[in-house]
Structures are given as structure tokens and as C-alpha cells.
Design a protein around this ligand. Structure first.
Ligand code: PXG
Ligand code: PLP
Length: 435
């Protein structure tokens, strides 16, 4: 088969290298992909952390097919369609306590922009329009739009794009291998790192700060878990100063950490929460922002015929996405998938931590069905060792995800024990060859 690879400028890809040795996925089912040559590849990354129920699940496929034939598109600006309301109610039902309002987007990046704008506009609606500053965290990933990279903490995603949003600051990240290497589950040390927010409050004054955004578990930058007590402390500091707490649950949402949401796993309720990825099992683009009722209600002032929040996307609550999401939530419920990671995490953790003795492994961390395996970089060649492990695994028929010198595992929540064994054995072989 000869495909012209030239025109597609691929996202977050080493384009020139990829096009010399392309990896093309042609078909998928359950835990597996098949490449364009018909070779089977075990998906240890849930696509890009999104295919939580496994690939091409029949009830979701059918829901999309039926919806496409029934209602292709309907505006949600001053109009509506039934499944949008049905889905919002279904999300509220499984959401952390008090998260009662849902705003739809088409991706995690759009969810982040929406949540940041909502936070600033909320304070203004309550008569505290000086609160415009946004606080992110080092090593945070919040998508690629301007708000998201401004609060994000990945230098490579920021440095080439000019001055970004004004009035943004960052608290320190929580990754501390010196104290916490090879922690099983949440690391013991580092709750006090939340106090870094007090430093920023002292510097900028709380009256200028709208919100703090963090991932409950930082996914993209290598599976960084919150130290015991850290998120609680962040919540307390936010409450003390009237600052909104936003959890970016684009990866931690929909069962990855062992409960439906990171907020539930860690027992901390945010004011706003961003979702995407697993909301439709990855098969139609969709995102959402969930918020506490008080956030929404603050906007419900003024003449009733006026638009309360000047924000929205053409495809907010697209009918195909709503149909896919409703079928996805039903499937998650029918198969108990939103808590299955909790049942498997002891076994998964044990298998992954068994890689501790392999050469160049400097840290392993895990929760639910997600793990990060951090490697000693090759001197003068950062990222190359993990990249070699990634390509080696792929040649062996397992797709993992790599960021810097960290390997991330996040298999679909339907994964079987034997498949966990296979993923870890494959990784072990690749680690030895990359030594
Ligand atoms: N927030 C978080 C916490 C994310 O993980 C986004 C926002 C942006 O979502 P969209 O749908 O706009 O991509 C994400 C996305 C990786 C990887 O390899 C992670 C993401 C996307 C692609 C790759 O770590 N996370
Ligand atoms: N650009 C133009 C010219 C538009 O008309 C619109 C939407 O109407 C957009 C961008 C935004 O597109 P979307 O609503 O899909 O984000």
C-alpha cells in the first residue's frame, strides 16, 4: 500500500522521522490495534488516554450510527436537542458532590479555556472583577490553546509562542524522587508544597487571583501523583482566600484512578472540573466543564432575554458526541468500568513495580490503572532511551506512551491480568535492550 504522507502535518510528532518509518494503525477492537500490515498491537495507552472501555465497542458504534441517521446536527445556541440535556443530567449523576452544571466543549483544550473564562467571569458577576489572575503549576498540562499553555508548566509547549496570557503565575510541582522514589500509590512526602500557593497570595494578593488549576494526577508530564494531604491543603488555602479550585480531569476522569473521578479518589471536591477523552471513549471528540451550582447561579442575573455567558462552540453538545457519550456512560456502568481500576490496581502495581530492578529505572509510580516508569536519561541525549523503549515495544506489538524519559502505561479499563503481564514482559525486554 502506498499512501502519500506528505500533506498531513502531524500533531506533537517528529514528522520527518515518522515519515521515514511510519506507524499506521488501520483497525481496532477491544484491547488491540492492527497496523496497516495486519499486525496486532496491544494498546497499553488507551489510544491517547481516552479509550477507557476498549476499542470499537458495539453499543457505542450502534449509538453513533443511529444518531447520524436521526439528527446530524442541531445548534445549541438558543436551540437545543434532547440528548444534550440527557447527557448533562447523566454526568451530574456520577460527578462529585455539588457539581451540578455542565458546559459542553469538543476537547480537553477547549474545556480548559472554558473553565478559565468561567472562573474570571464568575468573580466579575459577583462584583469582584479584580480577580483575574490565573495560577497553574509547574509540569502541568492543560492542552495547547493560549490559556492552557499559559497556566501549563511545560517549557517546550510555551517557549515558542510569545508572551502568552498576562497575569499568570505558577506553584511548584510535586515531583520529588529524592524523597518519594518507588512509592506505591500516593507518595508520603510533599503536602507542604501546597503552601507555595500562600507565597503567591502574599506576592499578588488574593483579591487579584481568580483560580488555581491543577491535574489531580499530572498525566502528560509523566504520571505525577499528589502527595498524601496535598490536594486537601490546596483546597483549604483556596477556601481561605476565596480562590476557585479547578481540577483538570481530562485524564483522571472516567475511572483511570479507580473511582469515576480523581476528585472522588482523593476526597477533594473542586469548584470546576474539566473533562474530555473518556467522556465518549475517544470515539467522537467531546469535552465538558462541570461546576458547582453557585458558579452557574452567579451568572443568572440581569434581563432574562440576555445571554448570561458569552461563550460556546459551534459543536458544543454535538448530537453525535452526545449519543456516543450516553452509550459510553451506560457501558461504563454495565461493566463496572469506573471502579475496575481500583480492583486491579494492586495487581497492576505489583507487576509494574517488579521492573524496579531493571537497569536505568530510577522511579516507578502508580495509581489505579496508570503508571509512570522513569528512566535515567542517556548522557547528552535526553529522551532517547525512552524513545528507544517505545519503538522497541511497538515492534514487539505493544503500544506504550513516552514523555521525555518517562514511560506511561494507561491500558483500557477492560484489561485482563494476562495482558498486564504481557505489557510488563514486553517492557522488560525493551528496557534490557535499551540499557
Ligand atoms: N488537560 C489535560 C490534563 C490533558 O491530559 C488536555 C487538557 C487537552 O486535551 P485535548 O483533548 O485538547 O488534547 C489533556 C490532553 C500525552 C498526551 O501523551 C496527553 C494529552 C493529549 C495528548 C497526549 O501525555 N492530554
Ligand atoms: N472562525 C470563524 C470565522 C467562525 O465563524 C467561527 C464560528 O462561527 C469560529 C472561528 C469558531 O468555530 P467553533 O465555533 O467551531 O469553535
Amino acid at each position: 500500500m502506498s499512501i502519500d504522507l506528505d500533506a498531513f502535518w502531524m500533531p506533537f510528532t517528529a514528522n520527518r522521522q515518522f515519515k521515514k518509518e511510519p506507524r499506521l494503525l488501520a483497525r481496532a477492537d477491544g484491547m488491540y490495534y492492527w497496523d496497516d500490515g495486519g499486525r496486532q498491537v496491544l494498546d497499553a495507552a488507551s489510544g491517547l488516554w481516552c479509550v477507557n472501555a476498549g476499542h470499537n465497542r458495539a453499543p457505542i458504534v450502534k449509538a453513533i450510527q443511529t444518531q447520524a441517521a436521526e439528527l446530524d446536527f442541531a445548534p445549541t445556541f438558543q436551540m437545543g436537542h434532547p440528548k444534550a440535556f440527557e447527557l448533562a443530567a447523566a454526568l451530574v449523576k456520577i460527578a462529585p458532590p455539588g457539581m451540578e452544571k455542565v458546559f459542553f466543549t469538543n476537547s480537553g483544550s477547549e474545556s480548559v479555556e472554558t473553565a478559565l473564562k468561567m472562573a474570571i467571569a464568575y468573580h466579575r458577576a459577583r462584583g469582584e472583577g479584580t480577580r483575574t489572575r490565573l495560577i497553574g503549576r509547574e509540569r502541568g498540562y492543560h492542552g495547547v490553546n493560549f490559556g492552557g499553555i499559559s497556566v501549563g508548566g511545560i517549557v517546550g509547549n510555551r517557549k515558542t509562542f510569545g508572551t502568552l496570557l498576562a497575569g499568570v503565575d505558577h506553584i511548584r510541582h510535586t515531583h520529588d524522587p529524592a524523597r518519594n522514589a518507588f512509592s506505591v500509590g500516593q507518595p508520603a512526602f510533599g503536602a507542604e508544597l501546597a503552601d507555595d500557593l500562600e507565597r503567591l497570595v502574599a506576592l499578588h494578593d488574593a483579591s487579584t487571583i481568580a483560580a488555581v488549576i491543577v491535574e489531580p494526577v499530572a498525566g502528560s508530564t509523566g504520571v505525577l501523583l499528589p502527595p498524601v494531604g496535598y490536594l486537601q491543603r490546596l483546597r483549604e488555602i483556596c477556601d481561605r482566600h476565596g480562590i476557585l479550585l479547578i481540577f483538570d480531569e481530562v485524564i483522571t476522569g472516567f475511572g483511570r484512578t479507580g473511582t469515576p473521578f480523581g476528585a472522588l479518589t482523593f476526597g477533594v471536591t473542586p469548584d470546576l472540573m474539566t473533562l474530555a477523552k473518556g467522556i465518549t471513549n475517544g470515539c467522537v471528540p467531546m469535552g465538558a466543564v462541570l461546576c458547582q451550582r453557585k458558579i452557574h447561579d452567579a451568572f443568572m442575573n440581569g434581563p432574562e432575554h440576555l445571554i448570561e455567558f458569552a461563550h460556546g462552540y459551534t459543536y458544543s453538545a454535538h448530537p453525535l458526541a452526545c449519543a456516543a457519550a450516553l452509550a459510553t456512560l451506560q457501558l461504563y456502568q454495565d461493566e463496572g468500568l469506573l471502579t475496575r481500576a481500583g480492583e486491579l490496581q494492586a495487581y497492576f502495581g505489583e507487576c509494574v513495580h517488579a521492573l524496579k530492578s531493571e537497569a536505568n529505572v530510577i522511579d516507578i509510580r502508580n495509581i489505579g490503572l496508570v503508571a509512570g516508569i522513569e528512566l535515567q536519561p542517556r548522557p547528552g541525549d535526553p529522551g532517547k532511551r525512552a524513545y528507544d523503549v517505545f519503538t522497541d515495544c511497538y515492534r514487539q506489538g505493544v503500544m506504550v506512551r513516552v514523555t521525555g524519559d518517562i514511560i506511561a502505561l494507561s491500558p483500557p479499563l477492560i484489561v485482563q491480568r494476562a495482558q498486564i503481564d504481557h505489557i510488563v514482559d514486553t517492557l522488560r525486554t525493551a528496557l534490557r535492550r535499551a540499557a
